[in-house]
Design a protein around this ligand. Structure first.
Ligand code: AMP
Ligand code: AMP
Length: 320
């Protein structure tokens, strides 16, 4: 593409993405709700800001020169089926985003990749240990609850809604982010973060029904020996996704896990796109710095892959 632009919507990891485009000399465009415009303008990282009343207006705009970088707000604020069918050019695989937003498909992919997932119960009547109840469509942990046993599920669950029942793992939540590069044919271990959620992480006070609402992220450097199983899992994930989706999955993805007291790793989710946890990796995570030998944050890594692919005439292969 001649007049290549990188675009995203104003939220989640937009500053990360825009500053990365700037560092790689790619023009950027930010799609922004009016009430956030003055905030984003101050940062001076977007070459162009387009104001919208609703994110759905994105579908009506001419975005033919824009490679859109999907993040958590795309999944949260845009109807996924419409996004997949639209002619908006996304960096990465639209199918992977679709699989990410459908719990059944997500489970299928995680199982095919042989990720060590927590035990799932098909019926609440089979539950024999503490569990976490996840309503379908719940966002960022909102509306999840923990139940110690069957009676508690019976008491607290809204049986008119669909939910999954997962073994509750006690441990440290570690989110490990990778970048899948097809230009270099490798799965780069990019960095890791810990999620900070209220109230489950507020350790000072007892809360009977803690919530899991995401507040922010904290950088973490793992025991080096733990990196090895994560790398293996990430490579298995890529192979499983490629075979199930029948396409490549360029770009960032994240394995969302809990490490228990015996150093067992349980992967309970994945994100097939940039996660907000990578915001702690600006200008680098220790790993991305070692790997690239220069400051490398996820927004920049994305922009660099796009730039190099464009120079080599391979961009079409990285977008969907
Ligand atoms: P916001 O613009 O803060 O409302 O966030 C947009 C969407 O991204 C919501 O669905 C949030 O739950 C999600 N989100 C924002 N920040 C994070 C984060 N640090 N980790 C995970 N999800 C996030
Ligand atoms: P999710 O929306 O699946 O990313 O989960 C949101 C939060 O719920 C996570 O960050 C964890 O704090 C918690 N969580 C999810 N699954 C489990 C699990 N199986 N065991 C313990 N906590 C969990």
């Amino acid at each position: 593409m001649k007049n290549l632009k990188i675009g995203t919507i104003a939220s989640h990891s937009a500053l990360n993405i825009l500053s990365g485009a700037k560092a790689e000399g790619i023009t950027s465009v930010l799609y922004c709700k009016a009430d956030r415009e003055s905030f984003y303008r101050q940062w001076n990282v977007a070459d162009e800001i387009i104001t919208l009343d609703s994110y759905a207006e994105l579908f009506d705009l001419d975005t033919s020169e824009v490679i859109m970088i999907p993040h958590g707000s795309f999944v949260a604020y845009l109807p996924i089926d419409r996004l997949v069918k639209s002619d908006i050019k996304l960096f990465g695989s639209k199918k992977l985003l679709e699989w990410e937003s459908d719990r059944k498909l997500k489970d299928q992919l995680m199982k095919t990749a042989k990720l060590p997932v927590p035990k799932e119960f098909d019926s609440w009547e089979d539950v024999d240990r503490p569990v976490i109840i996840k309503y379908y469509g719940a966002e960022g942990g909102k509306g999840y609850f923990v139940a110690q046993n069957r009676d508690e599920i019976k008491q607290k669950a809204d049986f008119s809604r669909k939910f999954s029942i997962q073994e509750y793992i006690v441990g440290t939540k570690v989110y490990v982010t990778f970048f899948q590069s097809y230009l270099y044919e490798r799965t780069e271990l990019f960095g890791a973060d810990i999620r900070y959620e209220t109230d489950i992480d507020a350790k000072l006070r007892f809360t009977a029904d803690p919530t899991f609402t995401i507040v922010g992220n904290i950088p973490v450097v793992l025991r080096e020996s733990l990196l090895i199983p994560y790398q293996k899992m990430a490579e298995n994930f890529v192979a499983a996704a490629e075979s199930l989706l029948n396409e490549r999955i360029p770009g960032p993805f994240c394995l969302e896990s809990i490490i228990d007291r015996n150093l067992n790793i349980y992967v309970f989710e994945f994100s097939g796109r940039i996660v907000a946890g990578t915001n702690v990796m600006i200008p680098s995570s220790p790993y991305s710095y070692i790997f690239h030998g220069e400051h490398m944050w996820m927004g920049r890594r994305i922009a660099r892959e796009i730039k190099q692919a464009n120079e080599r005439g391979l961009l079409e292969e990285l977008i969907s």
